[in-house]
Structures are given as C-alpha cells and as structure tokens.
Design a binder for this molecule. Structure first.
Ligand code: HMG
Ligand code: MG
Length: 300
C-alpha cells in the first residue's frame, strides 16, 4: 500500500508571518488538536531571534505547554526551527527531541532571512549538529528558494544540490525542499528532481511547497511520481515568510489529504478532523480559510 508522511508546519510556518500577536494558549491548543488527528510530525515553533520573528517569541512557553505530549508515547515528533547555537541551546533546555535547520540555496534570501551568507549558514548548521548529536536530538533540514529567490531571481539546480548534500553530510535525516515563493511548476520540479535524484535518494527528500501560484498540489503529485514520500503542509493553508514578500501560505493540509485520499494513498491522518481545525483556527485568527478542500468540505 502506498503511504505518505505529512509534516504539519502550521504552528511554525503558518503563524510566523502573522503580525497580530497570537496568544500562546491558542498556539498550544492548535498543536494539541492537530496531534489528535494522526499527524506524525508537527513543527511546533521556532527558536529564532524575537527581533526578527516577534510572533514566535513565546517558543519556549509553547514547548512547555506541550511538554506532556512531547514526553508521551504517542510517537509524534515536534521539531523546532533553530538558526544558530543559541537556538539549539534553547531547544535542549526546553526538552526538544527534534530540531529543523534551514539554509537558503541562494545568497540574497540568506542575507535577508538570517543575516549571513550561505557558507556561514552551513557553518552554523555544523555547530548546531554537534550540539544536537551530543544531546541525542534528531535534525531535519530545509533548503529555501529551490526555484527562485525574491532578491536574486531564478535558482540553479546545482545550488540546491550543493546545499542539500551539505545538510545531509551535517547529519540531517531528511532535507525538505522549500519553494519559499510558491512559484515553481511541475516543469521546474521535473528538472530539479531529475538532477537531484542522480546523486541523492528520494527517501532523503521532502517537498515544502508554498501555494502562491496555486501550483503546490500539482508539485506534490509530480514529486510523488518521482519517488518522494514526505510532504510539508499547513492547516488552512496558513504560512509565509516576512523576508519573502508576497509569498503566500503553505499547501493546505486539507488539500493534500483530500488529493492523497482520492489517490488511495495512506497517511493515517483524519481529514474531517483537520477540516474542523482549519475552520476553527481561521475564525480564531480572523483570516479566510486558505484551504479550498477544507472550505468546501466544511459546508457539506
Ligand atoms: P542577527 O541580528 O544577525 O543575530 O540575526 P545576533 O546574533 O546579532 O542576535 C540578535 C539578537 O537576537 C540578540 O539579542 C540575540 O541574543 C538574539 P540582543 O542581544 O540584541 O537582545 N538571538 C536569539 N534569540 C533567541 N533565539 C535565537 C537567537 N539568536 C539570536 N536563536 C538570526 C541572526 C539568525 C538570529 C536572525 O536573522 C533570525 O533569527 N532569523 C530567523 C528568520 C526566520 O525565522 N525566518 C523564517 C523561517 S525560514 C522559512 O520560513 C523558510 C522555510 O519555511 C522553508 C521555505 O519555505 O523555504 C523553513
Ligand atoms: Mg516555508
């Protein structure tokens, strides 16, 4: 039976770009409700500079709120995004068992997003990796701007391959390929994965498609056909990055579940429950529901 693993990034990627402060209790409730749907991985928050991402300044409090779940036997992973040694130190102190590091394939976004070059950023990952390994923490990686950079323009596949391989060499168990701008099409996926899969196994890769141009679900299917089995998505299609202006939310988890379900692909996730959460969180945040399938199923 075909199976796909879904990494829910709503509580982190979904919230980081919202300017109005979301109460910590609402973030905790969101994670608790998502954890009850069968999702195997839920990215809980970021330990980044509160000056750069004020919305997630309460990261340690969020983790405190889900401590029982993190320590429980539910098997769910709750990664936390970390950019530097301070981030991994906070993660260790908060009892994290999983972190995610992020490196841009391109210089412009790297400078704007984390204030350093791609090579400096990879050196930071090395330092994080040593601390993570010593603390028994698993590390996932992201490569951003796989198709295009908001400042530099189109990205060469060779840049993506270089950073992905460096992240795997640094100890990431998997690297998620981020179309930060949500601009790529199946033609771009075919070219990039066609090159990448010559040297990197599909089992080490995940897809992280923002949905700015409405291409995310098509890009997932193309990636699936080319061998990928892990995809990131966000309830109600929440998401975006303040340093990639104009980029919209992630592929909605409801849309992903709807398509995979119709294709007969197992995920272990309860679509109806995610639809309910999408309606609830959109109302709570006073935002339109960004999931087409979620909005349609909610009125049925
Ligand atoms: P900087 O200003 O160069 O760093 O920022 P700094 O070391 O000078 O620190 C500045 C202040 O932040 C200091 O505080 C530090 O202590 C503090 P002060 O002394 O001024 O009071 N600080 C921290 N606080 C908490 N946790 C930390 C931390 N580090 C420093 N870890 C830095 C460099 C990397 C810190 C900053 O640029 C940053 O935090 N950037 C994060 C930006 C971000 O989170 N972007 C969104 C996530 S990436 C994304 O969304 C893409 C993705 O979804 C995939 C895709 O879609 O492509 C993953
Ligand atoms: Mg993202």
């Amino acid at each position: 039976m075909s199976r796909v693993t879904i990494v829910e990034v709503g509580p982190r990627d979904g919230l980081q770009n919202i300017t109005k402060v979301v109460p910590t209790n609402l973030k905790i409730e969101l994670i608790q409700r998502l954890a009850a749907t069968g999702l195997p991985v839920i990215e809980a928050t970021s330990f980044v500079s509160p000056k750069w991402i004020p919305q997630l300044a309460d990261g340690p409090h969020v983790l405190r709120g889900i401590k029982t779940m993190m320590e429980g036997s539910n098997g769910i992973q709750f990664p936390v995004l970390v950019p530097n040694e301070k981030g991994i130190q906070l993660a260790i102190r908060s009892g994290s068992k999983d972190v995610a590091v992020f490196v841009s394939a391109t210089e412009g976004f790297s400078r704007r997003n984390i204030n350093c070059s791609v090579d400096e950023s990879l050196a930071r990952v090395q330092a994080i990796s040593e601390k993570a390994k010593a603390a028994g923490i698993k590390m996932r990686g992201y490569v951003s701007c796989i198709f295009s950079d908001p400042y530099d323009g189109p990205t060469e596949p060779s840049q993506v391959i270089k950073v992905t391989q460096a992240l795997l060499d640094a100890g990431c168990y998997e690297v998620s390929l981020g179309d930060t701008l949500g601009i790529g099409t199946v033609a771009d996926v075919e070219v990039l994965l066609g090159e990448m899969l010559k040297t990197i196994p599909a089992s080490k890769l995940a897809g992280h498609f923002h949905d700015t141009y409405g291409q995310a679900i098509a890009n997932v299917i193309k990636s699936y056909e080319m061998g990928l089995r892990t995809f990131d998505s966000s309830v109600a299609g929440l998401g975006g990055c303040p340093f990639a202006k104009g980029a919209k939310g992630n592929l909605a988890t409801e849309d992903l579940l709807y398509t995979l379900g119709k294709m007969g692909i197992q995920t272990g996730v309860d679509l109806a429950e995610v639809v309910n959460i999408g309606v609830w969180i959109s109302e709570a945040l006073d935002l339109p529901n960004g999931s087409r399938a979620g909005a349609a199923l909610a009125v049925k």
